[in-house]
Design a protein around this ligand. Structure first.
Ligand SMILES: O=C(O)C1=C[C@@H](OP(=O)(O)O)[C@@H](O)[C@H](O)C1
Ligand SMILES: C=C(OP(=O)(O)O)C(=O)O
Length: 431
């Protein structure tokens, strides 16, 4: 790392990545576990909680809702006194949820099934991220939700009530978080809840995370091939006692890709063959490109191979897929990443942002509605990378430092959404 201001970070060219990293906790698991711990009967002791913006928004929301939480000084351990049911609040409450999809969507459903009047707000980008499919589904079982701005987008006014249950359908083609939110709120309904997924379900492995966490809190879901789900009434979340958050598999992708590109070996600890996170399978994609990969139950190790371009559908790992886009800069031939339409509705329009910034370093890029094809340049150009308030844009483009020119990352602080210490670890690994 050669120089940093608040506005930008200049990464000097690097040529090796070597070492071991213990991953911070998974964002997806941290926010699910916190919410279910709050709804559960009993006390949950969480370890390896992620300390980042997205998790802080969930913690602040639960605290405002009257959930008793005790955090360790480093904010990675948390004791939660469960409410033993709905998160009811006497009066009106406004909750600011930043740009955290894993807070906005699940809290929307859980609060629709609680008592109180809740206004859910967030950063301007949150008001451009759709939530209509979830709201429609909640309304079909009795929820009272009003859009305070544009139809189908936050901010929302939720007048909590008893949700009936019954049979509902939900569209799955924009975000799996809508289904996750319905599933997690299902035990708060009065009757059985049957959820039928309409059309394609994107980001499917995240549903496995949801079902796994619900199971650990004592609630069983009948899963009919990820198309129909039934949650029987009369089930209640019960605190599991101690629960440890797996390391974040999406965060692992940058370090593993660094090893695949540079000479050296990197081992990440905290996710592996036994991981519940779909993004652990990112390593398979690196292997397909030519990297050498070894697995343990709780670790993944990657070392360099001769990388070649591939043509892949990465709908199942949309977050880690961004890391493949910048890894492609170092492969022989073109790489096509397909079926990633929902990149457009995340922290920024990631398809457009990725195409623009890859071109700055010299790549030839074809941007389709739901795919991107990247042809690497003969030599990576020195460039100033804009990050669009998107933590993953910042982290992905750190890999451009494996070219032989410096790369400037604008607004490196945006990694705080999921990985505040990212650039320090990248520096340590590549020194
Ligand atoms: O459920 C989750 O924890 C997540 C699901 C994915 O979103 P989509 O289902 O909207 O693709 C992913 O991109 C996001 O970072 C986390
Ligand atoms: C899409 C992401 O976040 P969110 O949970 O806000 O959807 C992400 O972390 O890449």
């Amino acid at each position: 790392m050669s120089s940093q201001t608040n506005e930008s970070l200049v990464l000097a060219p690097v040529s090796t990545a070597h070492g071991e990293i213990t991953l911070p906790g998974s964002k997806s698991l941290s926010n699910r576990i916190l919410l279910l711990a709050a709804l559960a009967e009993g006390e949950t002791r969480i370890s390896n909680l992620l300390n980042s913006d997205d998790v802080r928004y969930m913690l602040q929301a639960l605290t405002a809702l009257g959930v008793k939480l005790t955090l360790s000084d480093d904010k990675t351990e948390c004791l939660v006194q469960g409410k033993g049911g709905r998160l009811s609040y006497d009066g009106a409450l406004t909750l600011f949820l930043g740009n955290a999809g894993t807070a906005m969507r699940p809290l929307c459903a859980a609060l629709a099934a609680s008592d109180g009047e809740f206004t859910l707000t967030g950063e301007p980008r949150m008001y451009e991220r759709p939530i209509g499919d979830l709201v429609d589904c909640l309304r079909a079982t009795g929820a009272d939700i009003t859009y305070l701005g544009e139809e189908s987008y936050p901010p929302l006014l939720i007048r909590g009530s008893r949700l009936r249950g019954g049979q509902v359908s939900i569209r799955g083609n924009i975000s799996s978080q809508f289904l996750t939110a319905m599933l997690m709120a299902a035990p708060l309904c009065e009757g059985d809840l049957e959820i039928v997924v309409e059309g394609e379900l994107v980001s499917k492995p995240y549903i496995r995370i949801t079902l796994d966490v619900m199971q650990r809190f004592g609630v069983t879901v009948d899963n009919h091939d990820y198309q129909r789900f039934v949650v029987r009434a009369g089930q209640h979340y019960r605190a599991p006692g101690d629960i440890m958050v797996e390391g974040d598999a999406s965060s692992a992708s940058y370090f593993l890709a660094a090893a695949a590109i540079a000479g050296g070996t990197v081992r990440v600890h905290g996710t592996g063959a036994a991981s519940v996170q779909g993004d652990a399978r990112f390593a398979d994609v690196l292997e397909q490109m030519g990297a050498k990969v070894a697995w343990g139950d709780t670790w993944i190790e990657v070392s360099r191979g001769q990388l070649k371009g591939i043509d892949v559908d990465l709908n199942h790992i949309p977050d880690a897929a961004m890391t493949i886009a910048t890894t492609a800069l170092f492969a022989e031939g073109s790489t096509a990443i397909r079926n990633i339409y929902n990149w457009r509705v995340k922290e920024t329009d990631r398809l457009s942002a990725m195409a623009t910034e890859l071109r700055k370093v010299g790549a030839t890029v074809e941007e389709g509605d739901d795919y991107i094809v990247i042809t690497p340049p003969a030599r990576i150009l020195s460039a100033e990378i804009d990050t669009y308030d998107d933590h993953r844009m910042a982290m992905c483009f750190s890999l451009a430092a494996f070219g032989d020119s410096p790369v400037t990352i604008n607004d490196p602080g945006c990694t705080a959404k999921t990985f505040p210490g990212y650039f320090e670890l990248f520096d340590r690994l590549t020194r």
